[in-house]
Ligand binder design. Structure first.
Ligand code: GL4
Length: 838
């Protein structure tokens, strides 16, 4: 579709009520949107109507930034980051946009003058849960930082109709419920059907000779699917930049197959529409694992092809020659989910745009960069060749050709090493044949990075060792970070105000400035303010828990929180062993003096992950017994908060005293929850895994509770032959804990319920819970001791927050810009014609 220049419209002054920021103006605009957009007036409006009216009022106020940003990027053909990710776990938009626009207080006042409560309206928003956990949330933090740092960027992904499932707990078990986040409409997105693109699937290829006598390939697909972009603005914090998150929905090319319709096969015609729309129907709810499902591969090619075609459209519109694609765009692959981009970009350049192989390969490699997010073997994506051939016949040919050239290179560098060729090949031929997506990403990218120092080291030494030996220059580390805007300014306004009252508010954009807080650790008044804020937030959570779970919690107890996806390697069940240890101590000696604790859990398990679901059941079962045992009194409580989400995480991080980061060393690539807790003044109990290592380095050994085997010790123990039963027999407390579970104490006498879990611990214990048990318990005992010294604990808490500067996603993004992307900020000025009058 062509745009129509219209100078009359270009020169128009935008209505004041759509941009004004005074309380009066905001009130008028709010009521106006309630009436004209929602079609309601106050007497009959629902809370959701009010939320929508407010969302539109805020959206109006960011549109000028959004449009100006797009205009300036287009005029200057700015170099742009394309962040390709199958997941974007954005969290609610409204609060974040209020913070980033700097209008939180005005809006709060405006709605309160209309008799409404802003917090109440913020609660209304159904968050877009288009991600599983850390990987998707990292993408969202990076978008926030790129906009804040004025880096031209586009996030590309899938607009899943159903995001991550809602979690209910029934009889202690997780039950999954479909997430209907679009049910009440989404005020933050704008569909751009004029930029629709088509993606082919299936069918076969045919070789032919073109008019210049060149060998060419034509792909005759079985199915064509239309991708329609939906754009959401991503505001920077107190900048004029508003970048775009572009998510694709899948549709049938025509809403009717007229031939089928005319032949009377109406249902057949509609069938095709349904099949096509399936592609963007649902997010796969697996974190850190891959199942090799056809629909998942179809989703990947769908969003990758849509996005690359969109970039090529932009290149042409900005009059950049296609040969300079890599100068206009750098494409960051968020894990291997978009790794098919290597073959798809080659295909687009060669088959659709007549480019030769060598030039296309150069452009591809120069454009693409790959981030690895996991060390778990089960998460490394591999697709059966048969599936590939069926769905992506042309891509498979291209991959074979890439592989041919690549293996030639390997042979040249390591002559006579056939074992290496077999290990490195893009095709796994050890049994059924597979395409190895991580290998494809490594070969097709100019940069390969891990997400924490230890993770990158382990990639180089182990998972991607051959690739490190082949291309050492491609490898680099980019330690993860989190956005302080959402994870402290928005979620913890009380702490934000205290910090800003002492050191100004520069830290919000320059998190290293938090170090100036260290000057106040010996100031008793500051310490007491720090403590009373934590205590007030804990009180809020106490009220929430009472209302949600009907459990009465002691607000002075240690709030000991483990909130993250459920996975055996994350060892929520190690935490459970500690709870039962304390419980056993109380049962043995009811008057024992122990530091009261509230154990709080949140997180979802993949629906097909039986063991993770059994661990959820175990925690709930322990809670049922412990919370109601009169011997325990108010010394221990176990709370499982259901349906963990971004919205909910924002409530939990600020309330924590203790953050549980207890994965088996060598398994957690980085973790990012660990950063969010510490930023809010929680102390960490953790292993030397992922970013814990760097957090401890920053906050200092004395301010971090470390325990357990290191990654090399884990490997050594496994190599020696690990025997969990030996630990069981030789450790009295551990044995009592296991026996307590086995006895049916937590399962109404049912001795079978937890048997699979106990057997897996006693006879395999893949994640070395028993080996780390005693060290964990000893460390927890230290935690309990230190907590009794309130001043010491407060001091440690302040120092943790003060030393978290490194873990801002702004720092991560600056590192990406410098080392991988070669991109500079492009500041946005608000142009004359669309500037607010305010
Ligand atoms: C993850 C890692 O498990 C997690 O440690 C890391 O912090 C996150 C972001 O880099 O990526 N990888 C996958 S898969 N899911 C994750 O959360």
């Amino acid at each position: 579709m062509q745009t129509v220049p219209n100078h009359q419209v270009d020169n128009l002054q935008i209505e004041d009520d759509r941009t004004g920021l005074s309380v009066e103006c905001l009130k008028r605009a709010f009521l106006d949107n309630l009436f004209y957009v929602q079609g309601k007036f106050p007497k009959i409006a629902t809370k959701n109507d009010y939320y929508m009216a407010l969302a539109y009022t805020v959206r109006d106020r960011l549109l000028q930034r959004w449009i100006n940003t797009a205009v300036i990027y287009t005029e200057r053909a700015s170099r742009t980051v394309s962040y390709l990710s199958a997941e974007f776990l954005m969290g609610p938009h409204l609060g974040n946009n209020l913070v980033n626009l700097g209008i939180y207080d005005q809006v709060k006042q405006a709605v309160s003058e209309l008799g409404l409560d802003l917090e109440d309206l913020l609660e209304q928003e159904e968050e877009p849960g288009l991600g599983n956990g850390g990987l998707g949330r990292l993408a969202a933090c990076y978008l926030d930082s790129m906009a804040t740092l004025e880096i031209p960027s586009l996030g590309y992904g899938i607009r899943y109709e159903f995001g991550i499932f809602d979690q209910d707990i029934r009889d202690g078990w997780q039950v999954e419920i479909t997430d209907k986040w679009l049910h009440c409409g989404n005020p933050w997105e704008i569909a751009r059907p004029e930029w629709e693109v088509y993606v082919r699937l299936g069918g076969h290829t045919e070789a032919y000779t073109d008019e210049h006598g060149r060998y060419r390939v034509r792909w005759i697909p079985f199915q064509v699917i239309k991708g329609v972009p939906h754009d959401t603005p991503i505001l920077g914090y107190k900048t004029n930049t508003a970048n775009t998150l572009r998510l694709w929905t899948a549709e049938a090319p025509e809403s009717f197959d007229f031939a089928a319709f005319n032949s009377g096969d109406y249902l057949g015609a509609v069938q095709e529409k349904m099949v096509s729309e399936n592609l963007s129907k649902v997010l796969y709810p697996n974190d850190d694992s891959s199942q090799g499902k056809r629909l998942r591969l179809a989703q990947q090619i769908f969003f990758v092809s849509c996005s690359l075609q969109d970039m090529i459209r932009i290149v042409f519109r900005q009059n950049v020659p296609l040969e300079k694609f890599h100068e206009k765009f750098v494409v960051q692959l968020n894990d291997t989910h978009p790794a098919i981009a290597v073959a798809e970009l080659m295909r687009l350049l060669i088959d659709e745009h007549d480019m030769g192989w060598d030039q296309a390969w150069q452009i591809t490699q120069k454009s693409l960069a790959y981030t690895n997010h996991t060390l778990l073997p089960e998460a490394l994506e591999r697709w059966p060749i048969s599936l590939f051939r069926e769905l992506l016949p042309r891509h498979l040919e291209i991959i074979y050709e890439i592989n041919y050239h690549f293996l030639e290179e390997v042979k040249a560098k390591f002559p006579g090493d056939s074992d290496r060729l077999r290990r490195m090949s893009l095709i796994d031929e050890s049994g059924e044949k597979y395409v190895r997506m991580a290998h494809l990403a490594c070969v097709g990218s100019h940069s390969i990075n891990g997400v924490a120092a230890l993770h990158t080291k382990l990639l180089q030494q182990d998972v991607l060792r051959d690739f490190y030996q082949m291309y050492p220059e491609k490898f680099n580390n980019k330690t993860n970070g989190v956005t302080p805007r959402r994870f402290i300014v928005l979620s913890n306004p009380r702490l934000t105000n205290l910090i800003s009252s002492k050191i100004g508010d520069n830290w919000i954009k320059h998190l290293e400035d938090l170090k100036h807080l260290e000057a106040f650790v010996d100031d008793p008044e500051f310490c007491s303010q720090w403590r009373s804020i934590k205590s007030a937030i804990k009180q809020d959570l106490v009220a929430y828990i009472a209302q949600q779970n009907g459990i009465t919690v002691n607000p002075d107890s240690i709030f000991d929180i483990q909130a993250k996806r459920f996975h055996e390697y994350k060892r929520q069940h190690l935490n459970a062993l500690h709870i039962i240890t304390l419980y056993n101590r109380i049962k043995a000696n009811p008057d024992i003096d122990i530091t009261p604790r509230t154990f709080i859990f949140g997180g979802k398990a993949a629906p097909g992950y039986y063991m993770a679901k059994l661990i959820i059941k175990l925690l709930n079962s322990i809670g049922d017994v412990v919370n109601n045992d009169p011997d325990v009194r108010d010394r221990l409580k176990v709370v499982f908060l259901k349906d963990y989400s971004v919205k909910f995480a924002q409530r939990v991080y600020p309330a924590a005293d203790l953050s549980e980061q207890i994965s088996m060393a060598g398994k957690e690539a980085s973790g990012t929850g660990n950063m969010k807790f510490a930023l809010n003044g929680a102390l960490t109990i953790g292993t030397l895994d992922g970013a814990n290592v760097e957090i401890r380095e920053e906050v200092g050994e004395d301010n971090f509770f470390i325990f357990g085997l290191t990654a090399p010790e884990v490997y050594a123990l496994k190599a020696r032959g690990y025997r969990p039963l030996d630990y069981y027999h030789s450790n009295r407390e551990l044995k009592a804990v296991i026996d307590r579970i086995a006895s049916g104490h937590f399962s109404h006498g049912d001795t079978k319920l937890f048997k699979p879990l106990l057997d897996s611990l006693l006879y395999r214990d893949e994640y070395l819970l028993f080996a780390d048990y005693q060290a964990y318990i000893d460390c927890q005992d230290r935690v309990s001791q230190v907590y009794r010294d309130r001043d010491r604990w407060t001091r440690m808490s302040i120092l943790n927050a003060a030393r978290m500067g490194k873990f801002s996603s702004d720092r991560s993004i600056r590192d990406y810009c410098q080392d991988i992307w070669n991109i500079k900020p492009v500041p946005i000025e608000l142009g004359e014609c669309i500037q607010a009058k305010e």
